[in-house]
Design a protein around this ligand. Sequence first.
Ligand code: S3P
Length: 428
Amino acid sequence: MEIKGAEKITGTIEIPGDKSISHRSAILSAMTSQKVIIKNFLFSEDCLSTLEVLKKLQIKIIIENQSITVYGRGMDGLSEPDDILYVGNSGTTIRLISGLLAAAPFMSVLSGDSSINRRPMDRIIEPLRQMGAAIYGRDNNRFAPLVILGGKKLMAKQFNISVASAQVKSCLLIAALNCKGTTKISQPAVSRDHTERMLQYFGADIKFDGQYSEINSGSRIRGKDIFVPGDISSAAYFIVACLILDDSHVTLRDIGINQTRSYFLKILMDMGADIRIKNKRILNNEPVADIEVFSSKLQAIPIDKKNVPNIIDEIPILCVAVSKARGKTVITGAGELRHKESDRINAIYSQFLKMGVDISQEPDGLTIKGDPDFRPSYARLKSFGDHRIAMSCAILSLLGKQGAVIDDTGCINTSFPNFFDKLNKHKR
Ligand code: S3P
């Protein structure tokens, strides 16, 4: 994809539905006994992988316009799939669906693309086994493909998880719905709480507070219709584009501003960004707002590593913002970035370096010396098959006189179909 430099970005930009909430809305609705209508569902490759997997488990799903209708079949209403369950590039699909299948009375095999089959799965295999599940993975239970034999009675457990991961936590909460007793999960830091919020909305007996979640498995859940808010992680690309380009002003409506996801807005505001949060409201137990952004002069600030799990998906685009801020930004405690769709520390480092950013990498982070007058040099960039790397490179290259070429941008469809159409429509 060839990206041309831009002078400014303006207008009201429609941001597609939240990826994390879309996955959860389909999976949790399938576990209820109701027909659930989900509006503004994200039709990206990752979320379509979740729908395909649910369909192979005999869940009826109807797609109409921007909505889907899921016909839940109850906690034990799934049927044995007659094929491998293919999750594509989606970590959320494989980890949450494993929690769902851990207690199912049949065998299933989950596999994905080459990136998924290299990402760590021991983090779900070990705790699911402690609950009594018969789950196995390639290379001594470390990686997918995964085999789940099923037919085991799961036991409620108390977990101290060593990594702050919403995917692991959600996998265990979903598995816990299918066993007796109370499952307690604590994590070293706060991670996104969409699963807890949706389970609460569906009436589950659940308590959660930052790093701790507790679910009582006796509780049944009842499906209710859902509106999926706009994805703040997708909005982030246009927010940063607007901040770093002169004379720019954009409005983004109906964006999810859940505290466990929106911390990067606070970081940007502390850096001097003119971002206005308006019309705050709650929709299906999730906080939502409209966001207005104006071009701003940014100043580097210290980033506390305890907040890294709350900005984990925004670090690539935050690196774009800090490249054009005055001062040095140090990101540490972000080793998890090496286990995402690509090794994001190395991907950001190597591609930003090509564009002329003053950047260095450490095992668990990055250091960037920003420059308010930064203009990237023309470069041929690699996405590493990672949507967030491709979109972050595209936004940074807008600052260049000659733009850039980015190889392999098809991966953007995993989270943000039509990203380039929206960018081209709103930039001048
Ligand atoms: C997600 C959780 C995060 C995030 C991913 C989506 C989710 O991963 O990076 O893009 O939907 O639960 P981890 O929970 O593994 O950190």
